[in-house]
Design a protein around this ligand. Structure first.
Ligand SMILES: CC(C)(COP(=O)(O)OP(=O)(O)OC[C@H]1O[C@@H](n2cnc3c(N)ncnc32)[C@H](O)[C@@H]1OP(=O)(O)O)[C@@H](O)C(=O)NCCC(=O)NCCS
Length: 211
């Protein structure tokens, strides 16, 4: 069994994902959470103890553990928190729901793919990105490092999401576009043109809003 520690004691979905993986083949033992919120230390969430801040990962008793970044507040937060975990030199678990077809898909360490996601052939999921329930990643598309693709959104074929991008619920990014580093696509937006780095767009057709 691989021992797991998760960062971010706030979202139960990843626990269910781990339970679904274990139901197919017992693979993971959850040791606890770490969380940046000191108020949670010493408490438990979903019956799993909150061990403390991420600094506890430096302790010898956790050297054999793998870590999971459960923070999906947005792509930029996912970058900050993943980098926080990276400094402890522990391996990142890669969690893909067992019913997701991941054949002919490139998946790097630390990636999380939830139930019902559709990964089309030859798409590329870079390290520490997360794809939520029911999201579609089109053929030959790239989801950049640390990016977050929220539930029921569509990233069409050959789209490139650069690093730490956020695609919010139900948004659609049409084929072959490039969404710049740190950009945010609002819920239900329909994107028909490239989006620059750190821009936020919303609406149909999606328009840039001041940030
Ligand atoms: C893109 C987004 C992040 C921008 O947030 P924000 O800058 O804080 O925007 P605000 O909430 O202040 O809204 C500003 C205005 O845009 C409108 N608006 C907000 N989001 C919108 C959207 N996705 N599409 C169209 N209009 C939107 C608001 O109604 C508001 O209009 P008003 O000025 O006429 O009242 C946010 O709107 C969004 O889409 N959030 C989705 C979050 C989500 O999907 N979470 C899922 C978690 S898994």
């Amino acid at each position: 069994m691989t021992r797991l520690i998760l960062l971010g004691a706030n979202n139960p979905e990843t626990i269910r994902l781990i339970e679904d993986i274990n139901a197919v083949r017992a693979q993971y033992e959850i040791v606890g959470w770490v969380d940046n919120d000191a108020a949670k230390h010493g408490t438990s969430f979903l019956g799993i103890p909150v061990l403390g801040s991420p600094e506890v990962l430096a302790r010898p008793e956790y050297r054999d553990c793998e870590v999971v970044n459960n923070v999906t507040r947005n792509g930029r937060e996912r970058r900050i928190t993943s980098q926080q975990l990276e400094q402890y030199g522990l391996r990142f678990a890669t969690l893909v729901h067992p019913r997701v077809n991941a054949r002919r898909v490139h998946i790097e360490p630390g990636v999380i793919v939830h139930h019902g996601a559709m990964l089309e052939a030859a798409c590329r999921l870079e390290a520490h990105c997360a794809v939520a329930n029911g999201a579609v990643i089109g053929h030959d598309a790239t989801v950049g490092r640390y990016s977050f693709v929220a539930a029921n959104s569509v990233v069409a074929g050959a789209v490139v999401l650069e690093e730490a991008v956020t695609i919010w619920i139900g948004a659609v990014v049409t084929p072959r576009l490039r969404i710049g580093r740190g950009a945010v696509v609002g819920a239900n937006a329909a994107v028909f043109a490239n989006v620059g780095p750190d821009e936020t767009v919303m609406g149909n057709p999606a328009r840039r809003i001041p940030t």
